[in-house]
Write a protein that binds this ligand. Structure first.
Ligand SMILES: [Zn+2]
Length: 68
């Protein structure tokens, strides 16, 4: 499938059967970013994450307060 980076409008092709393609088809919120922008946004994301105001949709680490 063709995917377009919404930031720089670069069009790439990804494998229809790749996990990313499935993810993009199932969840429209999931944006494709070209590697360049991905890298750039990734840096911003990590920066924002450091401020604690940004929630990542990655798997959350379960913290059990009763097990120390
Ligand atoms: Zn891009």
């Amino acid at each position: 499938m063709d995917v377009k980076c919404p930031i720089c409008d670069e069009v790439s092709q990804i494998d229809d059967d790749s996990p990313l393609a499935k993810c993009l088809r199932n969840r429209r919120k999931h944006l494709y970013l070209c590697p360049t922008c991905d890298e750039r946004i990734g840096k911003k994301t990590r920066k924002r994450q450091a401020t604690g105001k940004f929630h990542l949709y990655e798997e959350k680490k379960e913290v059990d307060p009763y097990i120390q």
